[in-house]
Design a protein around this ligand. Sequence first.
Ligand code: SF4
Ligand code: F3S
Length: 107
Amino acid sequence: MTFVVTENCIKCKYTDCVEVCPVDCFYEGPNFLVIHPDECIDCALCEPECPAEAIYSEDELPEGQEQFIEINAELAEVWPNITEKQDPPADAEEWDGKPGKLEHLER
Ligand code: SF4
Ligand code: F3S
């Protein structure tokens, strides 16, 4: 079992999540973060930390977000690890909650 970062993180990237992870299993891309499914210990600490409510347990994913299981697994293998909070993008609030953000995912 793992937790999964879903679509609403794209272009919000608040990074509050990384500070609480006891096993440092977040990985950072240009405008999105992912969780490494083999490293996550399922502690659930990150889920309430995300201001964009983008983190879910893989067995509680909202409808339509199932593809993010694969996206997290794939990108966690190629992106660098992140353990410290950063400033979010200047327009993060504008993007919070917008539909159709997957097309904006930068790899
Ligand atoms: Fe890290 Fe726990 Fe979140 Fe998994 S559930 S990513 S181990 S904080
Ligand atoms: Fe993304 Fe939420 Fe973390 S917006 S970077 S999953 S705090």
